[in-house]
Design a protein around this ligand. Structure first.
Ligand code: AVJ
Length: 374
């Protein structure tokens, strides 16, 4: 059965039982670890939205600036009339920037939260009254069936925010492959990827002065107590952030500040003082590493845009591998190096485009007539 065909009640029951299984298994493991997706209940999603506005949390504003600067170039490479499929659309905050230039035939937001979906559909259909929107309430980590209404239309996957960084490489590759399967032949993917940088910038981004990220992390324990009849003593846990240099990832942990005993769904657990529960990974990539990741996931990088500090990259890829030597020669012949246009605001620069825009794309106009209402 396709996820969007499940009843709300059964989806809810399923989510709850996999939460229970993940928590019980994760707390029993060594090291103890709970998958990051469980951080995002209603409260967690609200706290994450608050994180995106923090002065220390650079990714959101940097990606938005890059997108604003690059969206014309992106539209030239994608052409118009694609269906934009956004994975984990959340509040769809960056989507209008893309919609107004890429002029999609339809928009398909996919999110696990029905509330987020309803809010973003309402906001976007007010701003783009002519745009067909087909929301899908689902986890996006598996291959999905897309609505019949968009059969046969070219797709552009949109996966901003460096959410891919939550996954270890093997899982990230699986996800990229699932996205390729969902989107189909001829599709493109626009993905945001956070870059490796100085730990003095990375650490505060995940351990802000106001304690919003700490509250976001600790909310997981509230959720366990509320939804799984837990007795976790919240005052005994604190938010800990580590930069794992070997794995090039930020790790969030919940550390016990004293020996604790508690139960979850009737099962007893003990933790010694100083022990942690690993709650989230946020992998960072060099540009080349991100390109290799995309290729491993079945996508060929076409172009990328980065801020001046190299702190975040937006990457456009085309479905399918680029394998043969012949095609490399052809691609080199088409190489267009577009140097940064220093006159533009946010400092985004396109480093290289390995394909020329299609004839269709070259005729793309600056705005989508009749789509965006002012
Ligand atoms: C939503 C996974 C992109 O890793 O930066 C932010 C999550 N966690 N602060 C990130 C997060 C703590 C965020 N992603």
């Amino acid at each position: 059965m396709l996820p969007q065909q499940k009843g709300r009640q059964s989806l809810f029951a399923e989510v709850k039982s996999s939460f229970r299984a993940d928590v019980l298994e994760g707390l029993a493991g060594k090291p103890r670890t709970i998958p990051a997706r469980w951080l995002y209940d209603r409260r967690g999603s609200e706290l994450f939205e608050a994180i995106t506005a923090l002065p220390e949390y650079y990714p959101t504003r940097t990606e938005r600036a890059i997108l604003q600067n690059a969206v014309g170039d992106i539209a030239a490479l994608t052409g118009r009339n694609r269906v934009i499929v956004e994975f984990g659309s959340g509040s769809s905050a960056k989507t209008p920037i893309l919609l107004s230039e890429v002029c999609p035939a339809a928009y398909v937001p996919i999110d696990i939260s029905a509330e987020f979906l309803m809010e973003s559909v309402a906001a976007l259909s007010a701003a783009f009254p002519a745009l067909p929107i087909f929301p899908i309430e689902s986890d996006f980590t598996e291959r999905l069936g897309l609505p019949e209404a968009i059969d046969g239309m070219a797709r552009l996957g949109f996966f901003p925010g460096s959410t891919i960084g939550n996954l270890v490489v093997a899982d990230a590759v699986d996800l990229l492959r699932a996205m390729a399967a969902t989107l189909g032949v001829g599709s493109m993917l626009l993905i945001g990827i956070d870059r490796i940088k100085d730990r003095n910038i990375l650490l505060p981004a995940y351990d802000d002065a106001q304690g919003v990220t700490a509250a976001f992390n600790l909310n997981l324990l509230h959720r366990i107590n509320r939804e799984l009849s837990g007795t976790v003593p919240l005052d005994a846990f604190s938010h800990v952030v580590r930069w794992n240099e070997v794995e090039t990832r930020i790790e969030m942990h919940l550390m016990a500040s004293r020996d604790v005993h508690f139960s979850v769904d009737g099962r007893p657990f003990s933790m010694a003082s100083g022990e942690t529960i690993h709650t989230e990974n946020s992998f960072k990539y060099e540009l080349q590493g991100a390109q290799v990741l995309l290729r491993a996931g079945g996508w060929s990088p076409i172009a990328d845009w980065t801020d001046r500090d190299g702190s975040f990259s937006l990457m456009l890829a085309k479905m399918g591998a680029s394998t043969s030597a012949t095609s490399n020669v052809n691609r080199r012949a088409m190489l267009r190096v577009m140097e940064s246009d220093s006159g533009r605001g946010g400092g985004a620069s396109m480093t290289a485009a390995l394909v020329a825009p299609s004839r269709d794309a070259q005729t793309t106009e600056k705005s989508c007539v009749g789509t965006m209402r002012n």
